[in-house]
Design a protein around this ligand. Structure first.
Ligand code: 5GP
Ligand code: MG
Length: 211
């Protein structure tokens, strides 16, 4: 599976220069890569009914652009999952919205913004597998391999990114920057600071809402 390396070069738009140090992946590169990903996904899912489960909230821009390029019938639903706090260390994972669509016997594509430690996608994958889909695949816009804690691989990856905290194109820091049309890096004095050692083992999942 090909995945492009990010190339810098685009200038940060003036209104963002005080906060964003550089563009890691430009809007044009994201657009091109999403077209390629969509071709791959369309080709792999021509035989069985597809359900997309997009993880809230980071996938909003990626999802909207990707599904417009998917040339096949599909159903769309969302899973809410988040960890406590605004820091970069994964804490307890909380399910804030359960999948509502029936996926039994269908092809399920789980979509997330970034695969980092792998805990989020592993947790969602384990939960959704119990709903008996015919097949589960995962697609992420970004992948950071440096901080992986669990053995989890995505089937479709937009870009590999270095071990930096990135924002934009759906990804936030304290709920800001999601609307940037590119993926960028904050100035070092504005980067979130880790607040403790990585937590070993699997995340605890508390159920907030019943299916
Ligand atoms: P994982 O469970 O794989 O460690 O992390 C997945 C989630 O952590 C992502 O869905 C995202 O919300 C958050 N995350 C991980 N790395 C980054 C990053 O560099 N920037 C932002 N904004 N969020 C990140
Ligand atoms: Mg997320």
């Amino acid at each position: 599976m090909p995945s492009s390396r990010p190339a810098s070069g685009s200038r940060v738009p003036a209104p963002w220069r005080a906060e964003i140090a550089r563009v890691l992946i430009s809007e044009a590169r994201i657009k091109r890569r999403i077209r390629d990903l969509a071709l791959e996904i369309t080709r792999d899912h021509s035989e069985n009914e597809l359900v997309i489960a997009a993880l809230l909230n980071g996938t909003v821009l990626f999802l909207a652009d990707l599904i417009r390029c998917l040339n096949l019938p599909l159903r769309l639903d969302f899973v809410g999952i988040s960890s406590y706090g605004n820091n970069t260390r994964p804490g307890e994972l909380i399910i804030t919205k359960e999948l509502r669509l029936d996926v039994e016997g269908r092809d399920l594509l789980i979509l997330d913004d970034i695969l980092d430690t792998g805990r989020t996608l592993q947790c969602v994958h384990q939960r959704l597998r119990k709903l008996n889909p015919a097949r589960i695949r995962t697609c992420v816009l970004l992948e950071k391999t440096a901080r992986r804690e669990v053995a989890f691989q995505a089937d479709y990856v937009g870009f590999q990114v270095p071990d930096l905290f990135v924002v934009g194109y759906g990804l936030d820091y304290a709920e800001r920057y999601r609307n940037l049309p590119f993926v960028g890096v904050l100035h070092s004095d504005q980067q979130p600071t880790p607040t403790g050692p990585p937590q070993p083992g699997l995340a605890v999942v508390r159920k907030v809402k019943s299916p």
